[in-house]
Design a protein around this ligand. Structure first.
Ligand SMILES: [Zn+2]
Length: 294
């Protein structure tokens, strides 16, 4: 009898599972965030100035000449935001499969895992800011543009549940290209799942602060990222659903200057405040204290 397509697909999936590489068993080593070799330079993407990497670390990866905010790796973000040694990573043990059998997807994942030391684009855990406890989640755009597949969606939902169990405020730093194309509908399902989880968090009266960083786009903007009780953004961050080129082609009109940038969206009321990276930790601290339960 001829096997049907579904049967064949299941068998392929079974075979694939046996080949999956193991997940990270230990929490990330945050001390690596500050390890920069002497004499290393990098060029500012915006003004082109050569900058000493060591100085960049001290300056929170902001260009001293033009104020350009460099994209941060998750460990860098955690280390400049929360109290030293306070971050305890949760939600280890999730690995991405290839549910739609997209060619080379497993290889791509393996490459990103190696390059970033992350299992996927989202990491979360318990942390403190000036001794105020919270749950911190960070999307890392260095892992497949911070796109949301089933693992990112599941871990985002887990971090929300963790905040509910511990009755703690939740702060998320977002940077994402949107839904992950390679996971098709499984990726899009995560939008409903994460938005639903945030609704439960709201119903319990817990605080959710969403910090939008460059770039925040697509299905992530259209789900949990825009559902913060308070929505902050870094200067000049690109925030939107579709890209400006697609919108321009669709509506056949030219777009206003600064369209989809943080400052433009502040003016239009989509976000609450644009916060410079050097002031972020203090701003979050103030917000946490203000919203403490009496
Ligand atoms: Zn610059």
């Amino acid at each position: 009898m001829k096997r049907n397509h579904l049967q064949a697909a299941f068998e392929k999936q079974k075979r694939f599972k046996t080949k999956v590489e193991g997940y990270r068993k230990k929490p990330l080593d945050l001390s690596k965030a500050k390890e920069v070799p002497e004499g290393l330079y990098e060029k500012c993407d915006q003004c082109g100035k050569a900058l000493i990497s060591k100085d960049m670390v001290k300056n929170h990866y902001v260009c001293p000449a033009c104020d350009h905010h460099f994209r941060l790796r998750a460990i860098e973000r955690i280390s400049i935001t929360v109290d030293p040694h306070s971050f305890i990573e949760k939600g280890l043990g999730f690995i991405t499969l290839n549910p739609l059998f997209v060619d080379h997807y497993e290889n791509k994942i393996a490459e990103y895992k190696k390059a970033t030391s992350l299992d996927d684009a989202y990491i979360y855990g318990y942390a403190q800011i000036n001794n105020n406890p919270l749950v911190l989640g960070v999307l890392d755009s260095h892992f497949m543009m911070g796109s949301m597949g089933s693992v990112v969606g599941e871990k985002v939902a887990k971090s929300i549940e963790y905040a509910m169990v511990k009755r703690l405020p939740l702060i998320m730093f977002i940077a994402s290209g949107g839904a992950r194309m390679q996971e098709g509908i499984f990726s899009l399902m995560q939008m409903a799942k994460t938005a639903g989880a945030i609704k439960k968090l709201h119903n319990q009266g817990l605080l959710f602060i969403s910090v939008l960083t460059h770039p925040t786009t697509g299905g992530v903007t259209a789900s949990f990222a825009s559902l913060g009780d308070i929505i902050l953004a870094e200067p000049k961050a690109l925030i939107g659903f579709a890209g400006p080129r697609v919108i321009k082609q669709t509506i056949k009109q030219s777009l206003p200057e600064g369209f989809q940038r943080a400052e433009f969206l502040l003016e239009k009321g989509m976000i609450d405040k644009v916060v410079h990276r050097k002031d972020m930790r203090e701003t979050l601290h103030k917000l946490l204290v203000m919203h403490q339960r009496g």
